[in-house]
Write a protein that binds this ligand. Structure first.
Ligand SMILES: [Zn+2]
Length: 166
């Protein structure tokens, strides 16, 4: 029974920054991002799938620090994984360099410094091998959900209910 509670709540996005970029990250300011592979660790207590889907489809409103990074051309998500671990545990298990102090860690309780890490500077394209390890299911279900939502929008947009005359 207790097991039902330990559903995935933490996600990690593997992000590729294709070329060196200078990006303004909301109120944190402007930062230089070396080209390379990054891992962002986030969590959603509820609606993890929805959150991941939001990241994959591109947020319309920039809210989290990660939104600013992902909205930049030349930046893309190359992988998604989820875990039962607490966000900070997963983040600290991921070794890499901090590029932006305080990135995504406004509610960090473990002094991570940043929930975005540069795990590898730009390297030749050869990480197709380790992509196998990660659950494509999340991405697949995200894509499916996105379609469902799109359909709903179409069918749900019936001509409005005319205001009743008093
Ligand atoms: Zn943390």
């Amino acid at each position: 029974m207790v097991h039902n509670r330990t559903r995935a709540r933490t996600y990690q996005l593997e992000i590729e920054v294709g070329r060196p970029l200078r990006i303004a990250i909301g109120r944190l300011g402007e930062f230089d991002f070396p080209a390379g592979r990054y891992v962002y660790t986030g969590s959603a207590r509820r609606g993890l799938d929805a959150r991941v889907r939001r990241h994959l489809s591109g947020a319309r409103r920039l809210h989290w620090h990660i939104d600013y990074l992902l909205a930049t051309s030349g930046v893309r998500i190359t992988d998604v994984s989820t875990t039962d671990e607490p966000e900070c545990t997963a983040n600290q298990r991921t070794s890499g360099a901090i590029v932006v102090q305080g990135f995504g860690s406004s509610d960090c309780t473990s002094d991570c410094g940043s929930h975005l890490k540069l795990v590898a500077r730009q390297r030749p394209r050869k990480f197709s091998a380790d992509r196998r390890n990660t659950p494509g299911a999340v991405i697949a279900s995200a894509a499916k959900q996105a379609r469902l939502t799109a359909n709903r929008h179409v069918t749900g947009s019936q001509p409005g209910i005319a205001p009743q005359k008093p």
